[in-house]
Every structure is written in structure tokens, then in C-alpha cells.
Design a protein around this ligand. Structure first.
Ligand SMILES: *Cc1c(COP(=O)(O)O)cnc(C)c1O
Length: 455
């Protein structure tokens, strides 16, 4: 081990960022505006405020303010589990025999087990500030629902979670954690909403999807007095809150003279990757430094690598604003054998724009390769990673192995977004040799693209 760099770099509480960083402020080409599906015009603050909390709607529309103060109440909550450690993966480097230096920012040190709490607490805070009674949301694998339940419990807000039905059945313990924190959890599609009843009638026995759960959550928020809808990824406001990951990482890197060459993150809706890279991307956009950024997605849900950059619906029920993003089409549902999370059909409009300009690279990986990396990582570095995070581990290991061939001493940084304790059904499949890979065909994707809205 290098005596100048500890295995775990912990910042002090005083070194926590006091402001979030809004990367849109430094982007020369801004992400395309969200459109009202009824009028085709950019959504206004008032329209947004019918669905989202007003302050969050403001953040969503703010392309210009680079730094936004983190309210003291949120900063206090962050102190329960932040700063998060930046770990030098000495053991992994040694096991791989690579000259590369590998670092990871670990976001799994809280009960929800992922980075999602960083935005959940911010969204719950603004809902409370506005005097709301509660919020609604959807959750797929359950991390977001868990994080939001914790945040709502802290601020005394009601929390209604629509949980994708397959996950509700496969992950009873996630559901119980949410209920323990006081949330009301409904499997989606459900008969509690009009859109849910419609989908149930059309596809009886369906296991549900994120897009469908979003529609149910939005409908319930619109129909319930004192409620708004909140979302745990994709939106620009979520990337803003998640910039706390990147800001802490940057402070730690600068303090120890660490200069990452490659920064890697898994990409579902893009919030952890966006949060991790934001301040580094800011430096790149301002011409102060250069980095290679890599988004890693599942080969079974390849929105960046095989999607279209187009306006699309964010949900199945088509109630949310239209967003211009890399998308597989709002009707796209990954094959049922896909176990690794990151199953949203679209991608953050901020990351989509950066990717379209060539400022970010993207690659896709197959899930058996992902679980191989996850297992190796767990055995070597100790932490049992979430399947989502393991996409980034896969890519980081591949980069480190490339360095082994070329002899390059690159510095590789990746986001370890969470732990995998609730993903043991997926691990079980892998351990039993029953996990397979599925890559959608071009025809399948074309069919889905054909249903993109005409904007
Ligand atoms: C939700 C989640 C992700 C993917 O979401 P992003 O918005 O793309 O970051 C990744 N890892 C973990 C552990 C998650 O819970």
C-alpha cells in the first residue's frame, strides 16, 4: 500500500459540500426542455408545480445557476451517513496484477443501501417546506422506495410507493423495510388507479414495469389533496442533489493529489453517474482538466448504446412531460431473465446531451459478466455489491486489465452505488448457473422506436 494514501479516505464533517453543483450551468448546449404532452410546448413552472413540489420544479428548470445552497436541515441529515468514503481498491489492484490505480466512491453506507438517499432527503425536505401532507412515487428494485421512506419518516411526511409487482413479490424484505419506515406500499399495476386498471385489463397477470408504476404514482399525486409526485432518477434535479457524490470525491482527490484518468459509473436513469461526474465534467467543460467518462449499462436495456436520441414519454401511461433523451421507447420492457436492475427505458436528458456531444462514452455489458465481476469484487474487497453497481465494477476491472497489457498506470475511479443484500435472488440464479444473457434484437428495438411520439 502507498503510505500516502489510506485504504479508505474519509473527509471530516466540515469538508461536506455546502452547495450542490448544477452542471447544466457550464453546458454550452443545454438539455432540451421538457414538453407538455398536451400542447407540445415547453412545460412552465406552474404546470410542473401541479405534479412536483414547487422548489424542485424550479431546480428542474434551472439551467443557469451553477451552485445551489444545500439547506442546513438536509446537511444535518447528510451527516448521519456522509461523507461517504473514497476507497483505494488496493486488494483488487493486487488480485488483478494491474499497474492501474483503482478508486471507488462507496454510497452503500446507509440503511437504504444506495446513493438514492442523497436525493430522497432533499425531495422530502422541499415537500415539507411547502406544507404538503405526503408524496407518491414508484420503485423498481426497491432502493428508491426505501430511501424515500426513510426521508419521509424523518420529516413526518406520508409516503405512498407503487412497487413494480415482480419486485414486490421477489423482494418481500425491501417491502417490509419501507413499511417499517411508515410507507404505504402497493404492488403495481394495481386497481387503485385508472391507469393501473387499464393496464391490468390489457395485460392480465403482468409483473409490471417502472413506466407503469410511475403513471400510477403520478395519477395518485394529482388526485390526492396535499400530495406531489417525486422521482428518484432521470430528472435534472436528482442529478443536482447527487452532485454531492462528485463534490466529495473531488475534494478527497484534490486533497490527496489523486488525478483520475477514467471515471466510470453504471447508468440506469443516470443519477449516480451524473452526480459523480458533474463537478469533474464542469472542469472539462470549462477547459480546466480532461477526463474520460464512461457510462455502463446492461446489454439487455441499452438506452445509450442502442437507443434513439428523441423526445419520448417518461412513463407508460403518458402522463408525464415529454423528455428528449436516449430512449428505447416508453413501451420497452427488458426481458424477464434480466436480473441486474438499470431497467428504465430512457436516460437523463443532461447525460443524453453530454453523450450526444461526445463528452461521455458508453458501453453495455452482459449480466453474467457483471455477476462474475460482482462475485470477484465481493471476495477480494469484502463488500457485497448491488448488481447495478457491478456494471461499473465490470468496466473498471476491464480497464484495469487493459492497463495490465499495456503497462499504463492509469487512475481509474468508479462509483460503487450500493450493496446487494436484497438482491440475493439474482445472486442465487448466478450461483446456480441459471443466469443467462439476453440482448434485444434490432427488430425488437425498431418495433419500440416506431411508437415514439411525433414531436
Ligand atoms: C437505482 C440505482 C442505480 C441506478 O440509478 P441511476 O439513477 O442510474 O444512478 C444504481 N445503483 C444502485 C445501487 C441503485 O439503487
Amino acid at each position: 500500500m502507498d503510505k500516502n494514501i489510506p485504504y479508505k479516505i474519509y473527509l471530516s464533517e466540515d469538508e461536506l459540500p455546502r452547495q450542490w453543483y448544477n452542471v447544466r450551468a457550464d453546458m454550452k448546449i443545454k438539455p432540451a426542455p421538457l414538453l407538455n404532452p398536451a400542447t407540445g410546448n415547453p412545460v412552465t413552472l406552474d404546470e410542473m408545480s401541479a405534479i412536483f413540489c414547487r422548489e424542485l420544479a424550479k431546480q428542474e428548470l434551472d439551467n443557469d445557476t451553477p451552485y445551489i445552497d444545500i439547506p442546513p436541515e438536509i446537511l444535518d441529515f447528510y451527516k448521519m451517513y456522509r461523507p461517504a468514503p473514497l476507497v483505494r481498491a488496493y486488494f483488487l489492484e493486487k488480485a488483478l496484477g494491474t499497474p492501474a490505480k483503482i478508486y471507488y466512491k462507496f454510497e452503500g453506507n446507509n440503511t437504504s443501501g444506495s446513493h438514492k438517499l442523497n436525493s430522497a432527503i432533499a425531495q422530502a425536505y422541499y415537500a415539507k417546506q411547502q406544507g404538503l401532507k405526503g408524496v407518491t412515487t414508484e420503485t423498481g428494485a426497491g432502493q428508491w422506495g426505501t430511501a424515500l421512506s426513510m426521508a419521509c419518516a424523518y420529516f413526518g411526511l406520508d409516503c405512498k410507493v407503487y412497487m413494480v409487482k415482480v419486485s414486490y413479490e421477489q423482494k418481500p424484505f425491501r417491502r417490509e423495510v419501507m413499511r417499517t419506515y411508515g410507507a404505504n406500499v402497493t404492488p403495481s399495476p394495481s386497481d387503485t388507479t385508472e391507469v393501473g386498471r387499464k393496464i391490468l385489463a390489457e395485460f392480465p397477470g403482468t409483473g409490471g414495469s417502472l413506466g407503469c408504476a410511475i403513471s400510477e404514482a403520478v395519477e395518485t399525486a394529482l388526485n390526492t389533496e396535499g400530495y406531489r409526485y417525486v422521482l428518484g432518477s432521470v430528472l435534472a434535479q436528482v442529478l443536482l442533489h447527487q452532485s454531492v457524490i462528485g463534490l466529495e470525491t473531488m475534494t478527497a482527490c484534490d486533497k490527496y493529489g489523486i488525478k483520475p484518468d477514467i471515471i466510470i459509473g453504471c447508468a440506469g436513469g443516470g443519477s449516480n453517474l451524473g452526480g459523480l461526474i458533474s463537478p469533474f465534467m464542469g472542469r472539462k467543460l470549462r477547459g480546466e482538466a480532461d477526463y474520460k467518462f464512461v457510462a455502463v449499462e446492461p446489454a439487455s436495456c441499452p438506452s445509450l448504446t442502442r437507443g434513439k436520441y428523441a423526445y419520448d414519454f417518461c412513463d407508460t401511461g403518458k402522463v408525464c412531460p415529454l423528455s428528449k433523451m436516449y430512449t428505447l421507447g416508453s413501451g420497452f420492457i427488458p426481458s424477464p431473465n434480466h436480473a441486474g436492475g438499470l431497467r428504465y427505458h430512457g436516460m437523463s436528458s443532461v447525460l443524453s446531451e453530454l453523450y450526444d456531444e461526445g463528452l461521455i462514452e458508453a458501453r453495455s455489458v452482459e449480466q453474467t459478466a457483471v455477476f462474475e465481476a460482482a462475485t470477484q469484487f465481493a471476495r477480494i474487497e469484502g463488500t457485497l455489491p448491488a448488481p447495478e453497481s457491478s456494471h461499473a465494477i465490470r468496466a473498471a476491472m476491464d480497464e484495469a486489465l487493459k492497463c495490465k497489457e499495456t503497462g499504463e498506470e492509469k487512475t481509474i475511479l468508479f462509483g460503487l452505488t450500493g450493496t446487494g443484500y436484497f438482491d440475493m435472488v439474482a445472486y442465487q440464479k448466478f450461483n446456480d448457473g441459471q443466469m443467462s444473457d439476453y440482448i434485444p434484437s434490432d427488430e425488437e428495438l425498431e418495433k419500440s422506436f416506431a411508437k415514439l411520439p411525433n414531436v
